[in-house]
Design a protein around this ligand. Structure first.
Ligand SMILES: [Zn+2]
Length: 312
């Protein structure tokens, strides 16, 4: 038997099947076509699974379950995904019209955490947390091997914990969320300010003064070269991220907090700083708190992790 996984994104539907060894045996990708009726998108998702299976000579009867990672939440199988313009669509029921097997749906960061639990940085954790630092900040929590999204399926939105009272406006409607201060977008905004305000900085030089060219990698590269201004941007960034880590440690006391998403490409350079900054943020001084590690992830983690929802 095989577990099907679907990674639903704003631009592409990625789908595939994993075997009993959790190995991806086939995959495919089709455009999402955000904005068309949800029935069409769900049909395309099911067809993607079936066409991937067909190419490998796998019959639909050999598919045991379908797991779906979405850029949103799905309490009781009803999906809310703002970027998809989904405000409560019956995703589970619609999928079962095409593939009549158990359907599991979860947030994409939670799916990534499930992947990390089975194949990556959260292996062996009784409580594991993944923070994905990308355009926004995603949060995934796995407790005793099962994804945890709270009593109503709305939890683990770690990017939206407020860290500043009346702070910067967040896309979620609240102000001062961790995401506005510690996502890749936040880091880029800090770099852009530097290009505009510090004409002698390495970042200004590297971008030729065009602030739109700033990337997180550029900021980390300058900091690694020892550029004082870039280093101070990284320090300030880590200082904000630390507040999120502090809240996670005090609320959940995880074994491991894994750092994923585009920003984690900065590697040990960033990780060392996060670890140092987070020392002693848990309230019980001297006690052992979470190990902070880089996530393993990988290109197909979204599809494989979604398929793994069928294991829980
Ligand atoms: Zn928010």
């Amino acid at each position: 038997m095989y577990l099907a996984g679907i990674d639903l994104g704003g631009t592409a539907i990625k789908a595939g099947l994993v075997d009993e060894n959790l190995k991806l045996v086939c995959k495919t990708s089709v455009p999402t076509g955000v904005g068309r009726p949800y029935q069409e998108i769900v049909f395309a998702m099911a067809q993607a699974v079936l066409s991937a299976a067909r190419e490998k000579g796998i019959s639909p009867d050999e598919i045991a379950s379908v797991g779906i990672g979405i850029p949103g939440v799905a309490p009781k199988g009803i999906a809310i995904a703002i970027n998809m313009y989904w405000h409560g669509i019956p995703l589970e029921a619609e999928m079962r019209k095409h593939l009549d097997v158990p359907v599991y749906i979860d947030n994409d960061a939670t799916v990534a955490a499930v992947y990390e639990y089975h194949l990556g940085a959260l292996a062996g954790c009784s409580v594991g947390v993944l923070l994905t630092l990308g355009t926004g900040i995603g949060g995934g929590i796995v407790i005793n091997g099962k994804p945890f999204s709270g009593a109503h399926g709305l939890g683990s939105e770690l990017g939206h914990m407020p860290i500043v009272h009346n702070g910067i406006q967040c896309t979620c409607g609240n102000k001062g969320c961790l995401e506005v201060y510690a996502s890749a977008s936040a880091l880029i905004a800090m770099g852009r300010r530097c290009v505009i305000e510090q004409p002698k900085s390495m970042l200004h030089h590297l971008t030729g003064g065009d602030y739109l060219k700033v990337t997180p990698k550029m900021i980390f590269d300058c900091a690694k070269e020892g550029d004082r201004i870039a280093l101070s941007i990284v320090e300030e960034y880590v200082d904000k991220l630390k507040l999120g880590i502090c809240a996670i440690e005090n609320a959940l006391d995880p074994d491991v907090i894994a750092i994923g998403g585009g920003i984690s490409g900065a590697g040990e350079f960033l990780l060392d700083r996060i670890i140092r900054a987070s020392e002693g943020v848990g309230i019980f001084n001297g006690q052992k708190y979470a190990d902070i590690r880089l996530a393993v992830s990988g290109n197909d983690a979204g599809v494989i992790g979604a398929a793994m929802l069928g294991l829980s």
